[in-house]
Write a protein that binds this ligand. Structure first.
Ligand SMILES: Nc1nc2c(ncn2[C@@H]2O[C@H](COP(=O)(O)OP(=O)(O)OP(=O)(O)O)[C@@H](O)[C@H]2O)c(=O)[nH]1
Length: 375
């Protein structure tokens, strides 16, 4: 009797824990790891310094913990990250460590999370064994505003997050500090409208609130697109932003979160060309993209998109629409790009021409268009 074909193992969710220097990442992680639900979690920590102090704090995960070599994860040790993840798999697969169901990667405070996300989106083997569950960004309630003002990378870390944890709210001991923290919350909400802001001191930063931020509702295993896309929150924040256009912080203004949507089915070629153009033209400025697409060729099985900068995760198709909302919806977080520019492109490719704007055909049949777009 022939053996049934082997199913590929279910991809293991990976949570990226980021946040500026001293924001409280390790403190949060140590606390989270005490939760029995995280007992079978492997932790990868990127150290920026000589001694792996953080490593000692999660020592009880020693077996599955691979301390990345010194250096900044984003620029020098990407190979180590790949190797760290591969090593974990190897050790699990040959029984050297117990099976783990989840991975948490803690970055250095200075890291740009994008290259780490790229590894999880494009490495040919790792992309089959791991899936990005979400990005958790830790922000210090006392120093967070000054950090956002001074360090553009901290703004990026907040903007691409799926969950934000506000730490050190227990130190807000004067009305002025309380008020400043309120302003910081508003700022974070504008920067990452889709990310709930959770207060660590109030006990809100629990495993249940921080993990399982991915496309699938962990309990039912059914895709929960609206929770994952958070497109309603982003649309609401856009409207609020328009209504209060005058009181923006100029630094944060460079980051914009917005949605584009259409009822009409979209051809695979049109969405492909749209993405190609957006990535080609605005790649580094496209901090994050998530979306669900009603394909003209296969309207019952929506296409799921997920990208960071110019890198797109291999697109996947859902077996069916998870709810009544069957529109194509894309959410984008960009830096230094006017959403209207991308909106116009989207409309052109989706066949929604506006007065005085080129349609998709004019763009693709144009000899002056980028070579990748010409038919
Ligand atoms: N009062 C208070 N202190 C906190 C809180 N969270 C973290 N801290 C303290 O802040 C300091 C920095 O915390 P860490 O967890 O090491 O921060 P980190 O983000 O891992 O720091 P780096 O690894 O250096 O980037 C430590 O002294 C913590 O005890 C909090 O919610 N309240």
């Amino acid at each position: 009797m022939s053996e049934p074909p082997r199913q590929p193992p279910e991809p293991i969710p990976v949570t990226l824990l980021t946040g500026f220097l001293g924001a409280g990442k390790t403190t949060l992680l140590s606390r989270l790891l005490q939760d029995p639900d995280l007992a079978d979690t492997a932790v990868l920590i990127n150290e920026f310094g000589e001694i792996g102090l953080d490593h000692l704090l999660v020592q009880h995960f020693d077996d599955a913990t691979v301390l990345l070599a010194s250096g900044c994860l984003c620029c020098t040790v990407r190979g180590d990250l790949v190797e760290g993840l591969e090593q974990l798999l190897r050790r699990m697969d040959n029984g050297a460590i117990p099976p783990f169901r989840r991975v948490v990667i803690e970055t250095t405070g200075l890291a740009d999370p994008a290259p780490i996300l790229h590894v999880l989106m494009m490495h040919p083997y790792l992309v089959m064994r791991f899936r990005l569950d979400g990005v958790v960004t830790v922000v210090d309630a006392v120093n967070g505003a000054a950090t956002l003002d001074e360090h553009p990378e901290s703004v990026r870390q907040a903007a691409i997050s799926d969950r934000i944890v506000l730490t050190k709210t227990d130190l807000l001991d004067t009305p002025e500090r309380e008020a400043a923290a309120g302003t910081l919350r508003d700022r974070l909400r504008q920067l990452a409208p889709g990310a709930p802001v959770l207060d660590a001191a109030r006990g809100e930063a629990t495993a249940a609130n921080l993990l399982d931020a991915g496309l699938y509702d962990p309990a039912s295993k059914i895709p929960d697109v609206s929770r994952w896309l958070a497109d309603e929150a982003i649309t609401a924040a856009e409207a609020e932003r328009r209504a209060h256009a005058h009181d923006h912080n100029r630094h944060d203004d460079r980051i914009r979160a917005f949605t584009v949507a259409t009822e009409a089915p979209v051809s695979a070629a049109a969405i492909d060309m749209f993405l190609e153009l957006v990535r080609g033209t605005h790649g580094p400025k496209l901090l994050r993209l998530k979306g669900i697409v009603k394909l003209a060729e296969d309207p019952e099985r929506p296409l799921v998109l997920h990208g960071v900068q110019h890198v797109l995760h291999p697109p996947s198709q859902l077996p069916a629409w998870p709810d009544e909302d069957r529109r194509t919806r894309l959410v984008m977080i960009v830096r230094d790009v006017e959403p209207a520019v991308i909106r116009r492109l989207f409309d052109a490719f989706m066949g929604l021409p506006a007065l005085g704007q080129p349609d998709g055909k004019a763009l693709t049949d144009n000899p002056l268009a980028p070579a990748t777009l010409r038919r």
